[in-house]
Design a protein around this ligand. Sequence first.
Ligand code: C2E
Ligand code: MG
Ligand code: MG
Ligand code: MG
Length: 279
Amino acid sequence: HAKALGKNTFQFYSKELGEEQEEINRLESELRKSIQSKTGLQLHFQPKIALNPNRVGGFEALIRWTLENGDSVNPEKMIYVAEQRNLIVPLTEWIVDEACRQNALWQKNNLIKVPIAVNFSGTHIVREDISEMIVSALTRHGLKAEYFEVEMTESSVIDSSKGILESLEKIRALGMSIAVDDFGTGFSSLSYLSNFPITSVKIDRTFVSRINQGNHSAIVTAIIHMSHALGHSVVAEGVETQDQLDFLARENCDYIQGFYFSKPLLAHEVEAFVEKFSA
Ligand code: C2E
Ligand code: MG
Ligand code: MG
Ligand code: MG
């Protein structure tokens, strides 16, 4: 069952089955309340740095959830509960709306004009055409499609059903970009890299973290070359050290994301980061 759910689903391994169900039930009802009342939900934004010359090239929106008692819930666990209990669509609607609102505001205030990326769960993409939901948020906030990016994991694209392909093609035709997240961790065929209308590949941080361990760096190099050959740009995830950055820059990686440049930030911290980075 764990395999069918894909790599990114949070597993409650340490718990007994009854206890696990109880916790999921509790989180489900809390999440339902949070979505309805729009409380306890917040987006953080992690910069993507474009190299040569270094500049802020985009942001990724990441969900944060705080319960009424003040505890925060691990995002992967939260997404797992949302997927399991039919809350992924309304939750993602809130995330998309909030990401568009924030990016439109940054643009209106002349802070920066770059795309904002939102993560979409595979179960959601399989279930429905997400393009309409995104377009209605873009319209509501007056944000151009070129400033919105869809992130999805490999495991969600391997189901190459016609519906998904059409939905992604619509998204591309509107001018949005599409990134494959956590690249290299799925067990899918590589054929989708040329068949799917994607614009960038995000190298999973497990590969980035092993860059200085002998032949592991060969994988990173190969991913970069292959992606470029197919016309996709490359983002390295989880970049934490100068050595990793130097290696990736040498290999012509296009974007760097990770604690080396910045952890995910609150909206007001983004403003300070952009001003400092541009100076
Ligand atoms: P992801 O989309 O691959 O996001 C990257 C994760 O790596 C984030 O964790 C981020 O905080 C973390 N990270 C970034 N730089 C570094 C680094 O240098 N070192 C390390 N160790 N970690 C780094 P986060 O926010 O806990 O999210 C975990 C996962 O939960 C995400 O992986 C994504 O799959 C899911 N997720 C988060 N927000 C959302 C959302 O709004 N919607 C959906 N569907 N999934 C989300
Ligand atoms: Mg992501
Ligand atoms: Mg990732
Ligand atoms: Mg991930």
